[in-house]
Design a protein around this ligand. Structure first.
Ligand code: AKG
Ligand code: FE2
Length: 347
């Protein structure tokens, strides 16, 4: 692993007060962080340390439950891709990730009569909650609500930083955006084998936000091809750009490739990753960038194994089917031929 003296930028959201005209220096540093790295620390976000700590306590309690209790809410029970997966069940780059996780989405009504309706409506539906942890649901949902607002606010700032109106993304996030919270536990690796906590990937959403414990292991790939560590910094989240924002900015903002290296044997790591997607019935707007920025847009990187669909619902469902082949086989076998190649992307 490469040790690197570079460090990631930190953006202070409290510098943008009350949604008034933001400071040019703030906007320039945000634009640069999203363009150069696609991966940065966020402080001044307003989410209290207590709420973050509470989420981690609840996540820790959940992963400490006996396996049969966790398996009671296994994702394979859920056509909506909600619930628990034990380590080794999710696939990235054709290899199993060594992490257990609980996927939680917005609590929205199930769509019962799907005939003649778009397939992505299958993503909508209830979560599965652990029955023996009474405070779990409230802690998770209130954290999810707060970080959703942080990312909506950050999207406004990102739009302003590109010379757009603050509401440039409102049509895709202001009503019912697709969103997903993963609570993740990375066990220590078992032997001399590979240490893929989660393999190198891009997120397929607009923006992702990560709260991590003190263990470390998260890494981001720089344009030079080197891997840079993103160790925990107190009071911050990691924010990273997803593929939808790369598409919307014609490649000016970069969806960063990142991974998690498993902890050493006998140790473990806990994180909460929140993914903000766009409304499933939307098509991603392509922003008209100012000339000064267009010259630095590289266009989007199209991966022939993973074509990007600009229709959000189609793109999102494709990602879920690939990451969770067991759910796909049990509930969505009619859709499988369209999503058969290797999983490289998340959320
Ligand atoms: O656990 C983390 O820190 C990052 C997880 C991640 O990148 C993902 O699930 O997409
Ligand atoms: Fe990720």
């Amino acid at each position: 692993m490469t040790q690197n003296t570079l460090s990631l930028p930190t953006i202070d959201l409290s510098l943008w007060q009350d949604r008034q005209a933001p400071d040019d220096t703030f906007l320039a540093s945000l634009r640069n962080a999203a363009h150069e790295y696609g991966f940065f620390y966020l402080k001044g976000h307003g989410v209290s340390a207590d709420l973050n700590a509470d989420l981690m306590v609840q996540a820790n309690r959940f992963f400490s439950l006996p396996m049969e209790q966790k398996e009671q809410i296994s994702m394979v029970n859920s056509p909506h891709f909600r619930g628990y997966n034990h380590a080794g069940r999710e696939i990235t780059r054709g290899k199993a990730d060594w992490r257990e996780q609980l996927d939680i989405g917005p609590e929205r009504a199930i769509v019962t009569d799907l005939k003649g309706k778009p397939a992505y409506l299958r993503l909508q539906g209830p979560n599965q909650w652990p029955k023996t942890l009474p405070q779990f649901r409230a802690a998770v949902l209130s954290w999810q609500d707060q970080v959703l607002e942080v990312l909506r606010r950050l999207l406004e700032a990102l739009a302003l930083s590109l010379g757009q109106a603050a509401n440039a993304f409102h049509s895709v996030v202001s009503n019912t955006p697709y969103q997903l919270l993963k609570l993740i536990h990375y066990p220590g690796h078992l032997g001399d084998g590979e240490r893929q906590g989660v393999g190198a990937h891009k997120d397929s959403d607009l923006l992702s936000l990560i709260l991590q414990d003190n263990e470390g292991g998260l890494e981001v790939e720089l344009a030079s091809g080197e891997w840079l560590q993103a160790p925990p910094q107190p009071g911050t989240f990691i924010v990273n750009i997803g593929e939808l924002l790369e598409v919307a900015t014609s490649g000016y903002f970069k969806a960063a490739i990142h991974r998690v290296v498993s902890p050493h044997s006998g140790r473990d790591r806990l994180s909460a990753a929140f993914f903000l997607g766009a409304q499933l019935d939307a098509t991603m707007p392509i922003l008209p960038l100012p000339d000064a920025l267009v010259n630095f847009s590289t266009g989007i990187t199209q991966d022939p194994e993973n074509p990007l669909f600009s229709q959000i619902g189609q793109n999102t469902l494709k990602g879920r089917l690939r990451s969770h082949p067991d759910v796909a086989a049990r509930h969505h076998s009619d859709l499988l031929s369209a999503a058969s190649s290797k999983a490289l992307h998340h959320a």
